[in-house]
Write a new protein. Sequence first.
Lengths: 320, 320
Amino acid sequence: MEQELLVVALGGNALLAPHEKGTAQEQQANSARTFEELACLFRPQYSLIFTHGNGPQVGNIVLQNELAGSEVPALPLDVCVAKSEGSMGYFLQQAVLNALRCRRIRRYVVTVITQVLVDRKDPAFQNPNKPIGPFYTPAQAQNLMRHKGWKMVEDSQRGWRRVVPSPKPIKVIQRYMIRDSALIGNIVIAAGGGGIPIIQKADGTYEGVEAVIDKDLSSAVLAGAVKADRLLILTAVPYVCLNFKTPQEKPLRQVTTAELAGYLKEGHFAPGSMKPKIEAALLYLRQGGSQALITDIPSLPMALKGKAGTQILCPKSART
Amino acid sequence: MEQELLVVALGGNALLAPHEKGTAQEQQANSARTFEELACLFRPQYSLIFTHGNGPQVGNIVLQNELAGSEVPALPLDVCVAKSEGSMGYFLQQAVLNALRCRRIRRYVVTVITQVLVDRKDPAFQNPNKPIGPFYTPAQAQNLMRHKGWKMVEDSQRGWRRVVPSPKPIKVIQRYMIRDSALIGNIVIAAGGGGIPIIQKADGTYEGVEAVIDKDLSSAVLAGAVKADRLLILTAVPYVCLNFKTPQEKPLRQVTTAELAGYLKEGHFAPGSMKPKIEAALLYLRQGGSQALITDIPSLPMALKGKAGTQILCPKSART
């Protein structure tokens, strides 16, 4: 059977359910369950790179920064992302190792701390819009905006929340090592939380920035750079839907990039939810990828055979 | 020139001086300075694996856990080590990348989240003795021992402190990936803070444990497993000394394992300071290593040529 290099983007729910607080027990149990369900990917024909979100985890780290700020220096957001790559990479790699051991599969697992280059002229830096961390009362929010210079926005239901820039990923610094390690059979966990955002200064050196990068977009950039055969974006629903959560809801099974770009333009996909996944799939396919797949974990075994999930195809003539 | 695989263990002071609090600025500046001073290692003949301590950093993470505990679930010590591997790996890899860029050297840098196997029957679990985190008043200590079940000890000068088990490292799980990546020219950062301590359960699966592993001992186990040509242990002094800080102080320049083991037995080396480094050097050489070197960063260029530092040699006849 032909060897396939897959980039698999795990949704935040793979490690933490929305109602959970983020204990180690929860994260361990969820990671273990996720890789039990994903065991079909451990077949020898698949070279594997896993990426993952870090929303609730980096939110907790930011909150710890704040609550412990009188005694422990708060670390900037790039370093918080790095911490979350460490802890989540550990949870995930331990779960993968254990799933492999139970199946007597001899493959190694490695988490790579991943820096992702962004452009310091990215308009996102002028317009922070990615919510992060806990909700605050209006009075707390006023205080934080005044004393910490945070930008904050009101969420109609739940209070005020800090927003940070979410610039577009340009390049995954460790892409060649990630690719080479996956191609020799190791299972690689990389670009956690979208990667640690860094910019390049005039002298050519790198510097971290206070931002977060969308993990689906980073996964797409990585999948393009390593020439992955497929990008799999795992989420909470089995299909991408038109008119989602309306009586006209219609699941998409096979769709071309041109069709999908049209639906995107028509506003079918919710910002911060399905929209970045669609943008990521299109970005990857524009970079020469041949197939992107969006589905949920339970549907994956059938989806790999083309029998479930939303398969997004790029006709050869449309590739750059 | 012949290719040499080096394992280089960085002391805690490479990232944080004793008087510093642990801000990102401090850790960035110290990392940058460290690799400016270590630039002699970036020559093509050296394949490089860096390891590092994490004392003050993991202390800060543990303290944040505690101070934010009412709102954010505290994570166990194995996960705290994983977080420190993420953040410190990031600081170090960014500094290495920048040092390489300034010299127009094209090599890649990767931090590997590293699990290290320990024995759950290790006597250290019955006798926690590694101090971690901040100092407490006697009343605070009483409270923490009662409510959190911590073991704590009194430090005659500075108050009470939590102690945790420090079991011996048995095996570095990611050793082959670390070796392979270093041998093809990548600069690898691994086993940060001595590695994330895990045990193997009866069913063969892995589980994290609340402990910390001595980073010099983990470095020795790693250096043995990857068949490193040399183990370099960087510390605050240029030489290992007999009768350290006495009028009879005598630096050791070249010493055999048999001589050094004798000095160790005579009690020349302070526990928690030079003693674990000596034990690490001897452990590595017992596993087939040919030379260990203990020195400080400024002396390294001369020490690599055999003209400074303490060179510890194992006569071929003494190797196992």
